[in-house]
Write a new protein. Structure first.
Length: 482
């Protein structure tokens, strides 16, 4: 069965076709992190004779530079590389996918909001291990010392970051800057951090830091773009909105208004919301294109690893809500992943592989030639050497179940409706979600419902599938709270 990714929802023949799999003759399945995950469901793999590792050839390869780009609140299914056709919002990213990168479908985020997701990306740990699941207080602090930046710094890399999400600012003392020698979060310093566009500022500041490297050491740079996050601004450089629309949707609406209108949004309202959202995405796309163009002018481009992803997605009224944190459906937890490997290995190819956001930190370390120790990795999926018709061919998948969860406590008392506690498991067959507050459970079958609109939890035909998910839920280590 094909993965239930964005391509299945777009019904486009131009995107992913076959379900790709892991060939057991070429890889060793590595145990996942010992504490939080289902052992057989984790997707870490190690390529025999691993590519890109220092010392694996007679002549040592040059050190690998790393650019990690995270776009806040970016839906996978709003990118042209994943089959999106409503608006031409990502020409630069689509070109990057065609010419430079491996485009992977199947990465599931650990949560539907920034702080736990970014803590996972930086540590390779699930929320139950890194402990970050709150906006304030003890559980808003990233205390794990072995972050990506710290590991790169210890290995001799220069580490720098430019980021624009106010939740990750250094002045909040949440620890997300841990290990970075240079950390610039000034793009987040706005009177209203939800308003305006900071994409060009992030790109320019990142390129300035890069231009100051003397080439003596490899570098690791993290850029975090905030633009697609609400409020969805009206950008003069693009115009995707419907000029005939006469409803309440306009650019720059406050979050409170969006939440109030969410349950009442019509199809026309949702289309207009998506248009403003896509204009935000287009601003990031232009900034990303600027960065890639500058990198290609550098002498170290050949040995540069570029990783493009998001922390989580966004609901645009499809289920009666506008924003994130509220659910664990695909629009909030299915993540884009585009990876440009050093020397352009597998450039322009695609792969489908169900895996977790928790695998990304170990993957980056492995591809850069650093030890990933206890961290899982999907490097072997990206470097696979069997490519047919632009699809990386792998072997038969294990019975994988990928976990995600949200335990969100709003800071403001007037936002009490945002309190949510949910857990989910995703397989190639479907998605299972449990609401811990109400006790309700829902089950979605991807065979005929890729958009997760038809709850099958009360359908006798799917009772075995339901029982299987229930059993797997008990094997997972979840965030347990205070």
């Amino acid at each position: 069965m094909d993965l239930p990714g964005a391509y299945a929802r777009q019904h486009s023949p131009t995107v992913f076709q076959p379900r790709t799999i892991i060939e057991q003759s070429r890889v060793i399945v590595v145990n996942p992190l010992p504490l939080p995950a289902i052992t057989e469901s984790h997707c870490g793999v190690l390529l025999l004779g691993a590519l890109l590792l220092a010392g694996c050839t007679k002549e040592a390869s040059p050190p690998v530079n790393v650019l990690l780009v995270v776009v806040d609140t970016l839906r996978q299914d709003h990118l042209g590389a994943y089959g999106y056709r409503a608006h031409p919002a990502t020409p630069q990213l689509d070109r990057f996918a065609r010419e430079d990168a491996v485009t992977l479908d199947g990465m599931i985020g650990v949560s539907s909001w920034t702080m736990p997701s970014m803590a996972t990306l930086f540590t390779g740990q699930f929320p139950a291990e890194h402990g970050v699941m709150r906006m304030m207080g003890e559980h808003s602090k990233l205390s794990e010392p072995r972050t990506l930046a710290a590991r790169f710094g210890a290995g001799g890399w220069e580490t720098g970051a430019v980021q624009s999400n106010f939740l990750l600012q250094q002045r909040r003392m949440s620890g997300f800057n841990r290990g970075f020698q240079y950390w610039d979060d000034s793009p987040a310093e706005q009177p209203d951090p939800h308003r305006g566009s900071s994409a060009a500022d992030v790109a320019n500041r990142g390129l300035k830091w890069l231009s100051e490297r003397d080439g003596e050491h490899p570098w690791f740079m993290y850029l975090h773009f905030f633009d697609p996050h609400a409020s969805y601004e009206d950008h003069a450089a693009t115009s995707f909105t419907d000029p005939e629309y006469r409803g309440w949707v306009e650019g720059g609406l406050a979050n409170d208004i969006l939440r109030q209108q969410g349950p009442l949004a019509s199809s026309a309202d949702r289309a207009q919301l998506a248009a403003f959202y896509d204009e935000e995405v287009a601003a990031v796309d232009a900034a990303f294109g600027q960065i890639i163009a500058a990198l290609k002018e550098r002498s170290d481009w050949e040995n540069t690893l570029v990783v493009f992803t998001s922390d989580h997605g966004e609901e645009l009224g499809e289920r009666g809500y506008i924003g994130h944190t509220r659910t664990l459906h695909f629009e909030q937890t299915d993540l884009p992943l585009l990876v440009r490997l050093p020397a352009g290995v597998n450039a322009g190819t695609k792969a489908s592989h169900l895996c977790s956001q928790v695998d990304l930190a170990g993957t980056i370390l492995e591809l850069a030639g650093l030890p990933r120790t206890d961290l899982s990795s999907i490097a072997a999926v990206l470097t696979g050497d069997r490519v047919e018709d632009g699809i990386i061919q792998l072997g038969d998948p294990a019975a994988t179940r990928i976990q995600s969860e949200v335990d969100f406590v709003p800071v403001r008392s007037e936002h009490a409706e945002k309190r949510v506690r949910k857990r989910a498991l995703v397989s190639v067959e479907g998605r299972y979600i449990v609401d811990l507050e109400s006790g309700e459970e829902s089950l979605y079958y991807y065979g005929d419902d890729a958009s997760e609109l038809r709850d099958r939890s009360d359908d006798e035909e799917f009772s075995a599938m339901l029982q299987d998910f229930r059993g797997e839920m008990k094997k997972v280590r979840w965030w347990s709270g205070e």
